[in-house]
Design a protein around this ligand. Structure first.
Ligand SMILES: [Zn+2]
Length: 264
């Protein structure tokens, strides 16, 4: 069964979509990481390094159930013909992961896309329509603008069909979903990157998206990742958000690490 955590009245459930090796050596993906950073990262997250020293990457989404609300955060690598097929181990298995925990895509009321890289939008759509037929899809305005500017695959794959279906909500900065549940803007990895903060009864879970993508950025938050659109902003955001999360003793719900939940 997929792992889950209880936070007050809410339940957060990890939804595996896939796993596979990264397409380039990890020392190239994180060029400033020192041997000591790698040693501490591998101690923290031993499941993410192969015997040969390669980065083994998970792709996962999360569901949050709170009262009558069902919120999904991120949409994974997607089916065999999704845009992530260029580099990720498609097809993903999100539909099976949802079924295992008894979530019907039709009951999902909100889909928060942390950002619009291809490994986070795969199951946003299927066969040209919304995979979650009754959901509002939340994206930052800054993300939509950046995707249009760069002509990225998310434009025709997700933004345009969701707009046509009337299911896209462009938000600007922080956005409250329910009491104790909000979206926060965490830019840098992409301009409109966002994370989801769940707080109840002194407990905090932060669904990070790609605020960090590897444990090397947990042990040394200053560590840059080559595929960040603005490395300086990404570093500033990551250092500040992780410092705040650590001060609260928060649990991180992470996209790409070996375990879905990391308690600081
Ligand atoms: Zn990612």
């Amino acid at each position: 069964m997929p792992l889950q955590r209880q936070v007050g009245e809410a339940t957060i459930i990890a939804l595996p979509d896939g796993e596979g090796p990264f397409f380039e050596p990890r020392t190239k993906a994180f060029p400033t990481a020192t041997p000591d950073d790698w040693r501490r990262a591998d101690e923290t997250d031993p499941a993410s390094v192969t015997a040969g020293g390669d980065w083994l990457l998970r792709f996962r989404c999360f569901a949050i159930r709170l009262g009558d609300r069902t919120v999904v955060v991120d949409a994974g690598i997607g089916p065999a013909d999704s845009p992530a097929a260029a580099w990720a181990p498609v097809p993903g298995r999100l539909p099976a992961s949802l079924a295992e925990v008894g979530i019907d895509p039709a009951e999902v009321d909100t889909v928060v896309l942390t950002h619009l890289h291809t490994d986070h939008i795969g199951w946003a759509m299927r066969d040209g329509g919304a995979f979650f037929p009754n959901a509002r899809y939340l994206m930052q305005q800054a993300e939509i603008a950046a995707i249009k500017e760069h002509g990225a695959p998310a434009g025709p794959y997700a933004i345009e069909p969701l707009l046509a279906a009337g299911q896209l909500d462009a938000i600007d900065g922080e956005h409250r979903l329910a009491p104790g549940l909000r979206v926060i803007h965490t830019p840098g990895h992409t301009p409109g990157h966002q994370s989801v903060l769940l707080e109840d009864g002194g407990e905090t879970v932060l669904v990070t998206g790609d605020l960090l993508v590897h444990a090397v950025q947990l042990v040394t938050p200053e560590t840059a990742y080559t595929h960040e659109m603005d490395p300086e902003v990404a570093r500033t955001t990551r250092v500040a958000v992780l410092r705040d999360a650590r001060a609260k003793g928060a649990t991180l719900a992470v996209s790409h690490l070996g375990d879905p939940f990391v308690t600081l």
